[in-house]
Every structure is written in structure tokens, then in C-alpha cells.
Design a protein around this ligand. Structure first.
Ligand code: NDP
Length: 492
């Protein structure tokens, strides 16, 4: 075993190592997380399957704090104070299982294994259960904020036991983003709760980005705004209710020039969006839970449509657009309409995401504080935004709020914005601009507030073709109509 401690002054010295915490997997995320831990005064044991990454980390950043270089998982385990705390930051999937297995063999009961990768929460539940049987704590932890967040302060969503959080929590809270002196890290709930909430966070991120894309497309296509003008509009929006990291970087991307030419950067980027899978997972699980996350689903599908290049090419020029060009008499009013529609649609996407967390908590028996989730997303993560404070307040005031949309602030916001929202969706349809996000959000809003839905007719159809029965508005019980006979009603 080689134990090398790199002291804050950068010198390396052989000495008994007593690391506070370890990180294994030192690619982009692990390296930055290890640096963040060291910068906050924690002595960090570092390990990577390919040693060159460990050496590079210490050679380049060794003077940022105390790093203890470990050649093997066994070295790593030996270097740690008890209870040992090891953060795994390796590629999600089989790699994570391999590393967990190696660690489980080397660790002792009471030690804590943290998976900070983007694992599916079902995998986390399986791993937690397996390690619990071996006396180990397994803490599946969502970490958001990408490369920069990991270094400067991410939003951290740890699952696992409350007991593990007591030991681990203070360390994680010390490296998380801080907003109003509150760390963007809290214990989310048991076993896979942390990764579940991170998954929904990513789903919301998909929806948020899709809505921003639609606002951009509308203003550009309908009003003919230049990218410079659009950058300015988003910059202005960022000083109001919409203030958020995503709106801020939208202005930055729109203002960027093509590094190879004169035009706008956005005009030379291939318009096919990629996805790593967390948005898709969110929708798959939402289908199982029965939570309508239409905003997230439309965002995932919109990315799929963009990627179907051959179909798009085949349809281009074959499928016709509107025959008359839309003219907007008061462009400034339309910009304001789009801003309101964007905010209202965003509120719907978040309302649906929080509904999904509530439904997931019920299905998997987690005690998740929804207001606390809004609190830890206020900084560090991609969806950090001013209005998360409003969500925190809404759930603090009424923890069992049936929908974020009925909270007085949000109800007022969508009510005040609904006329704008309708004009925008109608204009988009007339102008031939696809707005699946805006449209789905408005439909959800209308479905929620309506007195009666066509679901009544659907129940009639189901009873006719499949004797699925129906319930009445004026009587208890289930009924079936004798459709092929005398149309009399029977109690089912
Ligand atoms: P990658 O996902 O690119 O994974 C590379 C790392 O995994 C390397 O350290 C590699 O070791 C190690 N690894 C892969 N397979 C094995 C294995 N079988 N045994 C041991 N080590 C293995 O790294 P990132 O830093 O991008 O991400 C780490 C985790 O964090 C991932 O789960 C990712 O999904 C998650 N994440 C990433 C974010 C991002 O913005 N990149 C944001 C939030 C989470 P070696 O050097 O030997 O190849």
C-alpha cells in the first residue's frame, strides 16, 4: 500500500493516512467533487481504476487541500476514519455495481457507501437492500450542477438511512451550494429517494428547456427577431419572475457568435437534441405511477422528433404550413404574452414534477418534504431559479397542497397569464410553430379547472365495447348498461 498525503502546501509526505472521506472515480465529476471536499478542509482519499487520473488530480490540484492517494480499493478503505465514507463517482450502470462489490468486500458494518452517479432509483433500491443485508449503509445521492457545480457547490439529494445522513450530512452540506446561508442539500428519504428526486429534477429540466426553446422559436418565427434582439429579451426576462440559470444561459447562447464565421452560433448548431435518459426515465416511471407529467413527456418526445432526421427531411416540403402569414400588430405585447405563457407553462411543469415526487413518495413509502426539495434546488443545480422560493413557501404553508397550481400565488399567476397563454398557443397554431410544451401545459390547466371532462363519454364507450362499467354522478356503485338489449341499467 502506498499512502501519500499531499499537504495544503503541495508537498507530498508519507504518513499514516486518516482520511475523512474518499472518492473513487476521478473523471470530470469525481475529480471536481474531491477538489470541492479538499477545499472545504476535509482530507480526501482519492482513487481511480486507471491510476493516471489520480496522479493527474494530485499533480495539478494537490495544493488545494489534503489528498491521500490510493492505488487500490483496499488502500482506500485502509486510509479512512471510521465509520468509513466512500463516494463512488464512476460511470452509471455495470461499473457502479463492480465498484460497490469491491467496496462491500473491503468495508466493515456501519461504513457508508455513497453513489453520486446518475443511477436509476430502482437500481439504488436494489443496491441499498443488498448492502443493508451486509451491515453497510448505501446512500444513493443525486448530484446536480454538472462539472462546475461539483467543484463550486452542487445541489445534493442524498437518500439512504437517517442514521447514515447524521454522519455524512455535515460533510455533504459543507460542499453544497448555499443560498441564504442554507445548504442546497438535505436528507431526501430512504433508499432510492435521492436518485428518484434527482430523476424528477432532470425531467423538470427537460420541460423547462423545451419551453424556453418554444418561446425562442415563437419570437424568432412570428416576430422575426434577430438573435441579438432575442438575447436582449431573455436578458430582460432574467430580471423578473423568470429569473433562473436557464434563462440566463439562454441569453448567453443566443448572443454567442459562430466561432468559425460571422453569424450567430445557434444558427450553425445541428437542430437534433440528444438525451442521456433521465427525462425518459421520469416519463416511464410517471406512467407507472399514473402521474400526468405531460410537460416533461412532451419535452422528451420533442427531443425524439428533432432526432428523426430522415422523417423530417421527408416531410419538409411535402407537408404544408399555413397559407397566410401571421402579422402581429403590437410586437411588444406579443413578447409580453410569450413571457407570461412561458412562466405559466413552467409553473405547470413544476407542479407536475412535484406531484410526481409526492406520488413516488407514497408508492415507495418515503417521507419527502416537498418544500425542502424546492429549497435544495435553489442553488447549485441546472433548474435553480428565483421562483423555487415561491414553491418552498407554498409547501411550507400547506404541506398537503393538492396541486401547486391552487396555491394562492401560483393560482393568481396562471390566472393572470391565461389570456396571454391562449393567444400564444393560438398564434403558434396559426403560424405553424410547434409548441408541444406550451400547448400541453395549457391543456393540463384547462383539464384541471373544468367542471366536466369528456372522460364521461369515454366511460360510456368502455362500457359499450367491453362492459367495463361506469359510475354515476348521482348514485354510489358501478353500473353496466344492457347495450345490445333493452338498454336497461344493471348494478355491477
Ligand atoms: P463518466 O461517467 O465518464 O465515468 C468515467 C469514470 O468511471 C472513470 O473514472 C472510469 O475509470 C470509471 N469507471 C468506469 N467503469 C468502471 C469500472 N468498471 N470500474 C471502476 N471504474 C470505472 O464520469 P463523469 O465524471 O462524467 O460522471 C461520473 C458519474 O456522475 C456518472 O454516473 C454520471 O452519470 C454522473 N453525473 C455526471 C454529471 C456530468 O455533468 N458529467 C452530472 C451529474 C452526475 P477509468 O478512468 O479507469 O476509465
Amino acid at each position: 500500500m502506498t499512502e501519500t498525503t499531499t499537504e495544503p502546501n503541495g508537498s507530498s509526505a508519507k504518513q499514516p493516512a486518516q482520511a475523512d472521506i474518499a472518492v473513487t472515480g476521478l473523471a470530470t465529476m469525481g475529480r471536481n467533487l474531491a477538489r470541492n471536499l479538499a477545499r472545504h478542509g476535509h482530507s480526501v482519499a482519492v482513487h481511480n481504476r486507471t491510476k493516471a487520473r489520480t496522479d493527474a488530480l494530485v499533480a495539478t490540484y494537490g495544493d488545494e487541500g489534503t489528498f491521500i492517494v490510493c492505488d487500490s480499493i483496499e488502500d482506500l478503505v485502509r486510509s479512512l476514519k471510521r465509520p468509513r465514507k466512500v463516494i463512488i463517482m464512476v460511470q452509471a450502470g455495470a461499473g457502479t455495481d463492480e465498484v460497490i462489490e469491491q467496496l462491500a468486500d473491503a468495508l466493515e458494518p456501519g461504513d457508508i457507501v455513497v453513489d453520486g452517479g446518475n443511477a436509476h432509483f430502482i437500481d439504488t433500491r436494489r443496491r441499498e437492500s443488498a448492502l443493508r443485508e451486509r451491515g453497510l449503509h448505501f446512500v444513493g445521492t443525486g448530484i446536480s450542477g454538472g462539472e462546475e457545480g461539483a467543484l463550486l457547490g452542487p445541489s445534493i439529494m442524498p437518500g439512504g438511512t437517517a442514521e447514515a445522513y447524521q454522519t455524512l450530512g455535515p460533510i455533504l452540506e459543507s460542499i453544497a451550494a448555499q443560498v441564504d446561508d442554507t445548504p442546497c442539500c438535505t436528507h431526501v428519504g430512504a433508499d432510492g429517494a435521492g436518485h428518484f428526486v434527482k430523476m424528477v429534477h432532470n425531467g423538470i429540466e427537460y420541460a423547462d428547456m423545451q419551453l424556453i426553446g418554444e418561446a425562442y422559436d415563437l419570437l424568432r418565427t412570428v416576430l422575426g427577431k434577430s438573435t441579438e434582439e432575442l438575447a436582449e429579451i431573455f436578458r430582460t426576462w432574467n430580471s423578473g419572475d423568470l429569473e433562473s440559470f436557464l434563462i440566463e444561459i439562454t441569453a448567453e447562447v443566443l448572443a454567442a457568435k459562430d466561432p468559425r464565421g460571422e453569424g450567430a452560433f445557434v444558427d450553425v448548431v445541428l437542430d437534433q437534441t440528444e438525451q442521456k435518459g433521465t427525462g425518459r426515465w421520469t416519463v416511464q416511471i410517471a406512467l407507472d405511477l399514473g402521474t400526468p407529467v405531460s410537460g416533461i413527456a412532451e419535452a422528451v418526445f420533442a427531443r425524439s422528433v428533432s432526432g428523426h432526421a430522415e422523417q423530417r427531411q421527408a416531410a419538409n416540403g411535402v407537408l404544408e404550413g399555413p397559407s397566410t402569414k401571421i402579422t402581429i400588430d403590437k410586437p411588444e405585447e406579443f413578447v409580453e404574452d410569450v413571457r407570461r405563457a412561458l412562466y405559466a407553462s413552467k409553473v405547470v411543469a413544476y407542479a407536475q414534477g412535484f406531484d410526481m415526487i409526492r406520488d413516488g413518495a407514497e408508492a415507495y413509502d418515503w417521507d419527502i418534504d416537498l418544500g425542502a426539495m424546492a429549497t435544495i434546488w435553489r442553488g447549485g443545480c441546472i433548474i435553480r431559479a428565483r421562483f423555487l422560493d415561491r414553491i418552498r413557501e407554498a409547501y411550507e404553508k400547506t404541506p398537503d397542497l393538492p396541486s401547486l397550481l391552487v396555491d394562492p400565488y401560483f393560482a393568481r399567476t396562471v390566472n393572470e397569464g391565461q389570456e396571454s397563454w391562449r393567444r400564444v398557443v393560438a398564434t403558434a397554431a396559426a403560424a405553424g410553430v410547434p409548441v408541444p410544451g406550451f400547448g400541453a401545459a395549457l391543456s393540463y390547466y384547462d383539464a384541471l379547472r373544468r367542471d366536466r371532462l369528456p372522460a364521461a363519454l369515454l366511460q360510456g364507450l368502455r362500457d359499450l365495447f367491453g362492459a367495463h362499467t361506469y359510475r354515476r354522478t348521482d348514485a354510489e356503485g358501478s353500473f353496466h348498461l344492457d347495450w345490445s338489449g333493452d338498454k336497461s341499467e344493471q348494478e355491477a
